[in-house]
Design a protein around this ligand. Structure first.
Ligand code: IMP
Length: 209
């Protein structure tokens, strides 16, 4: 079975990758001693810039290994694409997440969801469209080999629904299956999610090299 190293300490992302890996017969593993490695500051302006930065930095600690890093977030149309690359710290005061040196001060999922609900309080359901975006960067020995982008289109609800998943999953309603992402098992989420879509592209690419 193929083994892929994932550069993340986010248990929600790991659960998603494990769900996707199960469906495709690959084994995923974290980078050894990941939590003791220096944190990569996510100050890029795009998902791709941050994903590349993480993959390049973390792959330099595991010579010769293929490392996959994910940068992802929620883009809400009525908020001009916010929270976007700031999704992990949307509840922080604006100045905090705009300062590059503070860019990794993530905020709590509940607080981030509360801010989304607040920002959308006057927006009717038909205009509450948005998407999850995931960019995966694959690197070896400090160099990016490829990037893959997956998206999932949905509606942002006006109350939380479901207890699985992480982040904005309980607010993200996926019309195709009439459920929020927080109402899915990890395996189901990998079928419909932005992360699952990007991961499948990565697997096709890695089969071909
Ligand atoms: P980052 O990629 O580490 O910068 O963090 C991405 C942030 O976007 C997470 O902390 C979540 O708030 C949000 N996010 C990304 N993917 C998902 C998902 O699949 N479900 C819910 N929230 C997500």
């Amino acid at each position: 079975m193929r083994r892929i190293l994932i550069a993340t300490s986010n248990p929600g992302k790991l659960r998603d990758f494990a769900g996707a890996a199960l469906r495709h017969g690959v084994e995923i593993a974290g980078i050894p001693e990941f939590s003791s490695l220096p944190t990569v500051i996510e100050d890029g302006l795009t998902f791709e810039a941050n994903a590349r930065k993480k993959a390049e930095a973390y792959s330099s600690y595991v010579p010769g290994e293929i490392v996959v890093a994910d940068d992802s977030g929620l883009e809400i149309d009525a908020l001009n694409g916010a929270p976007g690359v700031h999704s992990a710290r949307y509840a922080a005061p604006d100045l905090l997440y705009k300062e590059p040196h503070e860019a990794d001060a993530n905020t709590d999922d509940d607080a981030n969801n509360a801010r989304v609900l607040h920002e959308l309080k006057d927006i009717p359901s038909a205009q509450r469209t948005g998407r999850f975006v995931c960019v995966l960067a694959v690197a070896r020995d400090g160099k990016t080999l490829a990037t893959f982008r997956g998206t999932a289109e949905g509606i942002i609800l006006d109350a939380l629904r479901g207890t699985n998943g992480f982040g904005y999953d309980p607010l993200f309603y996926f019309p195709e299956i009439k459920k929020t992402f927080a109402e899915l098992t990890a395996e189901e989420k990998s079928k419909y999610s932005h992360r699952g879509a990007a991961f499948r592209q990565f697997l096709n690419w890695s089969d071909a090299i």
